[in-house]
Design a protein around this ligand. Structure first.
Ligand code: CMC
Length: 416
């Protein structure tokens, strides 16, 4: 094994170098505090690996995304979301018998308790659907206390999640919730629970979107799931925390913000140049939503697939003259010609075009991120399960560099 050397205050320290199966190099600084009485300082963790993982591989420079070795393009073309769930959670693609058994397990657990439906209905109508989803998710621990049978808890959560999404959707439309009727066909069942009917075009669009969102290694929400899970909070609590982390506009919440931005541009006459200037103005908080990524510095492979899918879905639905899609394309083209975006490697990410598809499929804007969560669930579960199986797993507990006042005395209040 190669070693890395660090010289600090005149003393030399040696650290192990670890290399991943795709050649990624990490310096193992886990003993740094003990040996050198120093910590590695990396706010926002841009150069920090919090774990080793066999789930998802990303090469941001080359635009590669693979789940357990399979390229995202291959999975999107040649597998189903059910197979991808199985792959992420269990490690391999299922054979025919395994898939059949998995489908019947999903069907067995697909219904949700009536009391949970009533609980959802009692939530304030003004509550964002992501907040509702996280509160329902964490409540599951009351309905199904974790038994120690991890596989059972995981199947239950995978099976019921689509009911929570359908519940939120139907509630937002003032429609009654319908329990699962066709649980062995996950996507068809989901589409029927949402819209009361299904079609091959709808099923294909949802299947592909969910596959593309299924995992993305140590992003903000997956790291949150691992962080909360490291305290040995139960599966439901850990995943509910992932939902909350995903909600933010710099993460999964961007898909909602993209559509709001495109509609704002449309209502402002359709001219994107004003917004391109705003995005480059450092005194303006406005960012081009759906642009940029911490890891992808060339292109986001999910965005490439989704851009094509957006055209196909709108075409299938007879909406091929969608003004929002035209504005999105014009905005992308103009941004990619600007020096500001080129110099910073800012390209459209997965959220740039996904919202256009969700909107065309009839999903309300504030439910877009819930759709992302439905897709991301197997990834969060896989990350949680991998951490749980780690024999030397310890609670996550970062350090800090303290910059506040040094010790001082409490003066009597009359002297402050
Ligand atoms: N519009 C304008 N400028 C931007 C943008 C943007 N969307 N994104 C980054 N920049 C600039 C940023 O101001 C900075 O400029 P400078 O170097 O002059 O200070 C530079 O590019 C680097 O940005 P950063 O904030 O240091 O990058 P980051 O890796 O911390 O943030 C990001 C990544 C995705 C949060 C950010 O690009 C962003 O806020 N994008 C918009 C929100 C968005 O679309 N989020 C969805 C991400 S994909 C879905 C998911 O996986 O969560």
């Amino acid at each position: 094994m190669t070693k890395a050397n660090l010289s600090l205050n005149g003393t030399d320290y040696e650290f192990d170098v670890i290399v991943g199966s795709e050649g990624e190099v990490g310096v193992d600084f886990s003993s740094l505090r003990k040996t050198a009485k120093a910590i590695s300082y990396d706010p926002a963790f841009g150069s920090t690996g919090a774990c080793s993982s066999a789930i998802t591989f990303i090469n941001g420079e080359k635009g590669i995304l693979r789940y357990r070795g399979y390229a995202i393009e291959d999975l999107a073309e040649n597998s189903t979301f059910e197979e991808v769930m199985f792959l992420l959670v269990k490690g391999e693609l299922p054979n025919a018998a395994q898939l059949k058994a998995f489908k019947s397990q999903l069907a067995e657990h697909a219904e949700i308790p009536d009391a949970l439906v009533e609980q959802y209905k009692a939530l304030p109508k003004t509550l964002h659907p992501m907040a509702a989803l996280s509160s329902i998710m964490v409540s599951l621990s009351g309905y199904y206390p974790t038994t120690g049978d991890e596989d059972q808890d995981i199947i239950r959560l995978l099976a019921k999640m689509k009911a929570f999404v359908a519940l939120g959707y139907r509630q937002s439309k003032g429609q009654d919730f319908v329990q699962s009727k066709n649980g062995e066909n996950y996507i068809a069942d989901f589409v029927e629970m949402m819209f009361g009917k299904t079609s091959p075009a709808l099923e294909q669009a949802f299947d592909q979107l969910l596959i593309l969102h299924a995992d993305h290694e140590q992003n903000c929400s997956a790291s949150t799931v691992r962080m909360v899970g490291s305290s040995q909070a139960n599966l439901y609590a850990s995943i509910a925390s992932g939902v909350n982390a995903l909600w933010g506009p710099r993460h999964g919440g961007a898909n909602q913000k993209v559509i709001e931005m495109l509609e704002m541009i449309q209502n402002d006459g359709g001219d994107a140049s004003k917004y391109l200037s705003k995005a480059q103005d450092k005194s303006d908080e406005f960012r081009l939503m759906g642009f940029g990524h911490r890891v992808y510095k060339n292109f986001d492979p999910r965005a490439k697939i989704i851009k094509i899918a957006a055209d196909e879905v709108l075409d299938d639905l007879g909406l091929d003259n969608d003004e929002t899609l035209d504005i999105a394309k014009a905005l992308e083209k103009a941004a990619l010609e600007e020096e500001y975006f080129k110099a910073r490697n800012l390209y459209p990410n997965v959220d740039f075009y996904s919202g256009i598809i969700y909107r065309a499929l009839g999903i309300p804007t504030d439910m877009f991120t819930v759709m992302f969560a439905l897709g991301r669930l197997p990834g969060w579960i896989a990350q949680w399960k991998e951490w749980n199986a780690e024999p030397k797993s310890r609670i996550h507990r970062p350090r800090q560099i303290y910059t506040g006042p040094t010790e001082r005395k409490v003066n009597p209040i009359s002297e402050r």
